[in-house]
Design a protein around this ligand. Structure first.
Ligand code: GLY
Length: 397
């Protein structure tokens, strides 16, 4: 072989091995995940259409996969109904492909009656994932009255004696408040920003303070459900809820806390909210496994021989990315490094669905309600939603 041919061969092999070993950049990872999401969500839409055709009537939303392997759908009132249209909004935002905007609007339309719903707290999730993103991305002013009406409906659930909005009307409890409810405060803050009454912001701040005081343990882990006496504002009983026990740290509960306190700080600039968000992050980070994806409950006795919860990692990564903007350089770098580990794991073959797999959901291996043996190690719409949100947050840093 001639010398210059040998040199060419050597250079080609060197270039090839460099490209094989180079770590995918976060920009490349984001492009790959959004390309997969764009393909998967068309599959999911076709699957949902088939269910809707067979059951004409109320709009149908994806939920998960049943134990028998069939697609699990829900009606518009289920707390997760906003996540698939919300994910479609993120795909539209990333790709600028009008097809995804049309799909987002198609699923969002069925949620509009929720603006007047007063018998549940989760209209915050449902309306902010949809109308909130719609307003942010397209500036469509028709979203404003929906958001303000929704916030006024949610505010009817506030009890000044307890200092919280009530989560559910379930007769098993007197006045239940769950940590997840912190997420619904974003609807109140946003509606206030859009011209709603001061009371919306005041309710949100009071709810956050009450939760900070009562839901958290000494070690800054959070409980899931507190049942209050509305006459006195005292706690009647603590429930383990979706966690292993009332003394354990349910992973998704921790993730709602890590996401929501930086969000409250964003709207209030109250240093106590930031301090608490940091405390929550510092509780969570040392308890994560190497790949950053938490087991379903930090204290479940079978861990590490137990299921994980990809949704908790997706939500935590959103929280860590937001928090990284408000803290000193050392913490910021540390929080982003943890978020990056989570996002790289979620984008790996282990968690990311292959094209056409799992009915068109994006992520595998989430856990909804382990102790009830419901939604264990399955896709969940909110895992997909917060994963895409985290990647957009990363991109916008
Ligand atoms: N209760 C809402 C959740 O599963 O996180």
């Amino acid at each position: 072989m001639k010398l210059n041919m040998k040199i060419c061969l050597f250079l080609a092999v060197a270039a090839l091995s460099a490209s094989c070993c180079r770590q995918e950049s976060m920009e490349e990872l984001t492009a790959r995940v959004f390309e997969r999401a764009a393909a998967q969500f068309l599959v999911l839409d076709a699957n949902i259409d088939s269910v809707a055709l067979a059951n004409p009537g109320e709009p149908v939303y994806p939920r998960s996969i049943n134990d028998d392997g069939t697609l699990w759908t829900s009606g518009y009132k289920w707390w997760c109904s906003g996540f698939y249209p919300g994910s479609l909004w993120y795909v539209y935002e990333y790709t600028a492909d009008e097809k995804y905007k049309d799909l987002a609007l198609k699923y969002q339309a069925g949620l509009e009656p929720l603006r007047y719903r007063t018998d549940d707290h989760d209209i915050g999730f449902q309306l902010m994932c949809t109308y909130g993103n719609n307003l942010r991305i397209t500036k469509d002013s028709l979203c404003v009255p929906v958001i303000v009406d929704g916030a006024n409906s949610l505010a009817t659930r506030f009890d000044p004696e307890v200092g919280c909005t009530r989560s559910w009307d379930n007769k098993k409890y007197t006045f239940p408040v769950i940590i997840d409810n912190m997420m619904n405060l974003e609807l109140l803050f946003k509606a206030f920003e859009l011209g709603g009454p001061d009371s919306l912001k005041n309710i949100a701040v009071t709810h956050a303070y009450t939760t900070m005081k009562n839901h958290f343990r000494e070690d800054n882990s959070t409980r899931h459900i507190l049942d209050y006496d509305p006459e006195t504002g005292e706690i009647i009983k603590v429930y383990g809820g979706q966690g292993y026990s009332e003394d354990s740290a349910w992973a998704r509960g921790q993730s709602w806390a890590l996401y929501s306190f930086p969000m409250v700080y964003r709207f209030t600039q109250d240093p106590k909210m930031l301090e608490h968000a940091i405390a929550v992050a510092e509780y969570i980070i040392p308890r994560l496994p190497e790949d950053g994806i938490p087991y379903w409950d930090f204290d479940a006795p079978e861990v590490p021989n137990d299921v994980k919860d990809a949704s908790a990692a997706a939500i935590m990564s959103c929280g860590l990315i937001e928090l990284s903007k408000y803290v000193d350089a050392e913490k910021s770098a540390r929080y982003l490094a943890v978020a990056e580990t989570m996002l790289r794991s979620l984008a790996s073959e282990e968690y990311l669905a292959a094209e056409g797999e799992v009915y068109g959901f994006l992520l595998k291996h989430s856990t909804g309600h382990r102790t009830k043996n419901s939604e264990v190690d399955v896709p969940l719409t909110y895992a997909d939603y917060y994963f895409l949100e985290a990647l957009m947050r990363w991109r916008n840093l």
